[in-house]
Design a protein around this ligand. Structure first.
Ligand code: XMP
Ligand code: MG
Length: 183
């Protein structure tokens, strides 16, 4: 896609690459402090969290194992339903681990609340969440998220790992998708 065509599909840039990098450095310092001496495991939720994981994990001033989970939360287009199916499970036994789930975005919160319960039932010592973005006005269930990058309005956003129909993930910034693209 040409740059001009991409720009046509987007309205505002909400968070820039530079703002993301600075925020992840800040969160990494906090996490390193909070988990000092603990058996920390980062779990990324595929595919949206790939960029956050890559940048956040490298900002951490410590060695840490990384695992991935792929889930699909059934829904159509831009809405999630809360019915979650595991597409790729973890490779790691969670017993005694302090799990930090790395997410791109909390929208309704339905996917995360399901994941939190699922991980707790596998014997993790603790389960916390780091999300780059959160849409406070869209949340349908309360999810405790210890580390949040940016609270944003409820518009559908893409870029920095976030997609619409598998497109726009490799954009560097987070931008609002123009409604004409999906309506
Ligand atoms: P929920 O609603 O369960 O969100 O908190 C689960 C997943 O839905 C995706 N999601 C988005 N993807 N732009 C996207 O590209 C968005 O604005 C958006 N809102 C939700 C995302 O994968 C999230 O983990
Ligand atoms: Mg996701």
């Amino acid at each position: 896609m040409r740059a001009a065509d991409i720009a046509d599909d987007l309205t505002d840039v909400l968070v820039t690459e530079e703002q993301i990098a600075a925020k992840l450095e800040e969160l990494a310092a906090q996490v390193a402090h909070d988990y000092e001496g603990k058996d920390l495991l980062l779990v990324g939720v595929l595919k949206g969290a790939v960029m956050v994981m890559a940048d956040f994990s490298r900002a951490l001033p410590m060695l840490v194992p990384i695992d991935w989970m792929a889930v699909s939360s059934y829904g159509t287009g831009t809405r999630s339903s809360g019915v979650v199916q595991i597409r790729k499970d973890l490779d790691t036994d969670l017993h005694g681990k302090h799990v930090l789930i790395i997410e791109d975005i909390i929208d309704s919160g339905l996917t995360l609340s399901w994941l939190l319960e699922n991980f707790a039932s596998r014997g993790a010592a603790s389960v916390e969440v780091l999300a780059l973005l959160r849409k406070p006005d869209a949340m349908k269930v309360h999810v405790e998220c210890r580390y949040v990058g940016f609270d944003i309005p409820s518009d559908f956003v893409v870029g920095y790992g976030l997609d619409y129909a598998e497109k726009y993930r490799n954009l560097r910034d987070v931008a609002v998708l123009a409604p004409h693209v999906y309506s």
